[in-house]
Ligand binder design. Sequence first.
Ligand SMILES: Cc1cc2nc3c(=O)[nH]c(=O)nc-3n(C[C@H](O)[C@H](O)[C@H](O)COP(=O)(O)O)c2cc1C
Length: 347
Amino acid sequence: MLLPPELAHKVSHGVFRVLYPAPRRYIPDPLLATKVLGLEFTNPVGMAAGFDKDAKISKTLFRAGFGFVEVGTLTPLAQKGNPKPRLFRLPEDDALINRLGFNNQGFKRALKRLENFPKSKRRGPLGINIGANKTSSNPIADYLEGLERFFRIADYFTINISSPNTPGLRDLQSPEKFGDLLKKLRNKWSELAGKSNGKGPPLLIKIAPDLEKGQLKMIIDQALKANIDGLIISNTTLDRPSSLKSSKKDTEGGLSGQPLFEKSTAVLAQAYKLSGGKLALVGVGGVANSRQAYEKILAGASLVQLYTGLIFEGPSLANTLNRGLADILRSNGYSSVAEAVGKGVKV
Ligand SMILES: Cc1cc2nc3c(=O)[nH]c(=O)nc-3n(C[C@H](O)[C@H](O)[C@H](O)COP(=O)(O)O)c2cc1C
């Protein structure tokens, strides 16, 4: 029997725990080891935000072969998210549509869990993805609170202003609001770093693939101005490509998986070109095999993330994908991930 998608998701957490109950002696191919954002990664393939919203199975995800794990999106206060059903499978398209709306248990509970999973015990970087509460009267303050709460716990931060499921959130990517948001984030970061030997977790911004003409350039110019460390490209799309076959295709929400691959990779390549390699780029959207991870790297990604691919391919995906990626890199004459970054983009 096919379980409803949201229940299946919960069950998948259990499956991971059963399959990866203890540390394994799995050593990824040394060719995949990479240093990005000043952080060491055993491999460049990470778990994208949304799967481990409340930091419940981060440790298990590292065991399953992910080189890094992004927790969240977390909001200051716990919230239920949108009414169910709110997660839909489009099997004919290898895609999902979700309108979860940041269902999560809030900062406090995640913080408590992560205190039991300190940096010293992690096999790779753990990112904290921050959002704003739906009913917040001051969304920017929610992000600043996130920085403050998780400053010592996070290996990196992702500022999520690109979920399509919280009304008004994507407006923070607009020219009127984006620069101001980044300035406030950087000021808060500097204040916190000041109490911490001037050091702190790198700051990344997660953007939507649905941008107006000129908006990506504005985002990159502002990000460089505010010394942002990187961009995560991209979140789900509101587009509905004409290729979609599933009867659910017109369901409201963000579309992820195969139909997002091309669009998100095109935005990534453009961002690589526009930023001249000055920002670390994380490529996400429709990665379900080694070849697609390699294409993201060629398009300018120093790191790759995935979510929907895991739902269709199963929990061994990170390991199989990494094995294949090392082979592809080697057979194309690369001796590291970094060497291949952006090689597919004409600058
Ligand atoms: C069910 C679901 C929930 C998600 N929740 C979040 C979230 O809380 N925060 C976030 O930044 N992205 C979230 N995402 C977006 C993913 O992190 C990713 O950017 C997007 O799905 C594209 O990658 P994919 O095609 O590999 O899934 C979610 C995606 C899905 C499918």
